[in-house]
Design a protein around this ligand. Structure first.
Ligand code: DX5
Ligand code: ZN
Length: 215
């Protein structure tokens, strides 16, 4: 059976102990770190930039899945690549040139993702479908951790899985993921589950990760 991957979002980690949080989450079975960058413009919240990412790069072997909720984005991509991102995801809704962003990310040797907000028609992904490595289905409105999972996202995951077909594209679900909805996401065809508050509010990271991925 296909094994779903888990990408804890460090947005909900204890920032005063970030190094130990990153090491604990790696030990607990995380497959990658999900890193949420917000600019207070594209979304209504500000998080952190490349310097925080590079400060934890040598603390873990885990790949860095960097989710850029920023616009403009193109002029910052080099910095995030240098900081140690492995996958760089930009939003379908940006005003910046998405083709230019994707090309630049690939030219830097990184994988490229596109994130799609809950209210955006999924067919808008079609012009990019043959040049991306990952799609993030937003199952909350981006901007904050700790929101409730939007149930309609399951149908969108299923529809995007069908669009992806046999292409080599990872399908990730991000927002409000907990053991109560994770199996539905897996059944709908998702490859990677992002989870922030449900993991970092738990007492035992290993136990909660197992509960989320269902093993
Ligand atoms: C939302 C972010 C998510 C979020 C996940 O804008 O992209 O990655 O931090 O946190 P939870 O799992 O708490 O929704
Ligand atoms: Zn995210």
């Amino acid at each position: 059976m296909r094994k779903v991957q888990i990408a804890p979002s460090i947005l909900s980690a204890d920032f005063s102990n970030l190094e130990s949080e990153v090491r604990s989450i790696e030990k607990a079975g995380a497959d990658m770190l999900h890193i949420d960058v917000m600019d207070g413009h594209f979304v209504n919240n500000i998080t952190f930039g490349p310097s925080l990412i590079s400060s934890i790069r040598d603390k873990t072997e885990l790949p860095f899945d960097v989710h850029l909720m920023i616009d403009p984005v193109v002029k910052y991509i080099n910095d995030f690549a240098d900081a140690g991102a492995d996958v760089i995801t930009v939003h379908l809704e940006i005003k910046d040139d998405l083709f230019e962003a994707i090309e630049l990310i690939h030219s830097l040797g990184k994988k490229t993702g596109i994130a799609i907000n809950p209210e955006t028609a999924i067919n808008e992904i079609l012009p990019f479908i043959d040049i991306i490595d990952q799609i993030i289905v937003m199952s909350v409105h981006p901007g904050f951790a700790g929101q409730s999972f939007i149930k309609e996202s399951i149908d969108r995951v299923q529809a995007l899985k069908a669009i992806i077909g046999s292409r080599n594209i990872m399908l990730e679900v991000d927002g409000g993921v907990s053991p109560s909805c994770s199996q539905d996401c897996i059944d709908a065809g998702c490859d990677i589950l992002v989870a922030g508050s449900s993991i970092f509010s738990a007492n035992d990271y290993k136990v909660i990760i197992k509960e989320i991925i269902g093993s």
